[in-house]
Write a protein that binds this ligand. Sequence first.
Ligand SMILES: Nc1ncnc2c1ncn2[C@@H]1O[C@H](COP(=O)(O)OP(=O)(O)O)[C@@H](O)[C@H]1O
Ligand SMILES: [Mg+2]
Length: 218
Amino acid sequence: MSKLIVKNLKHIYSDGQNEVEVLRGVDATFEGGKMYAIVGESGSGKTTLISLIAALDKIQNGDIKLDGKSIRDIGETEFRLKFVSIVFQAFNLIRYMTARENVEVELDLAGHAAGRERAYELLKQVGISQTKADRLVQKLSGGEQQRVAIARAMAGDKPIVVADEPTGNLDENTEAKILALFKAMADDGKIVIIVTHSQKVARHAHAIVRRMRDGKLT
Ligand SMILES: Nc1ncnc2c1ncn2[C@@H]1O[C@H](COP(=O)(O)OP(=O)(O)O)[C@@H](O)[C@H]1O
Ligand SMILES: [Mg+2]
């Protein structure tokens, strides 16, 4: 099973005048087969941390290793493409393709055959009907795009799944279903890391809760 180790991670934002030290030495271990909920106040650095784990931003200080290999050595782009499925609200969907095509592309990349039907099936699991699946992504609501991104993560067979507030736009009923899908990805052996405000996600029976506070993860 995969293991992701975050070691003494530090991150500073600077606008030329002011510096904010957002991460002040984060240490954590995330294991395959488990679902983690990262909680903490707004502005505490949750998005910064998972952006670094997703290799969307460059590590300034400290290290992140997957099974002993550092993102620094693998390179951000390569690491992201090979190892991480990302569910960030506005990130990563191809807006001029339909929802189904977005999922199908990911299935293709993961080397799965019979993409089209499987794509509809995955979209159905996140509550996107066939009619909506055939719509351009940019014609779907924010909540629907979010769900397409989740289906896409399910299609990509990558060892790490990171999600930033994946149930933020959804009603309670849908939230429970989506959580079950993330849990299923964890059961499939993936490392699943969800940043959330939701008490429900944090209290989910299978979630391991980690809190961001004072620039560290406790
Ligand atoms: N690109 C950026 N440039 C400057 N400051 C940033 C940037 N991104 C985030 N910040 C600041 O870093 C802090 C942590 O942000 P973030 O990681 O988004 O926290 P969270 O996701 O927990 O709300 C906030 O004070 C935020 O304003
Ligand atoms: Mg955030």
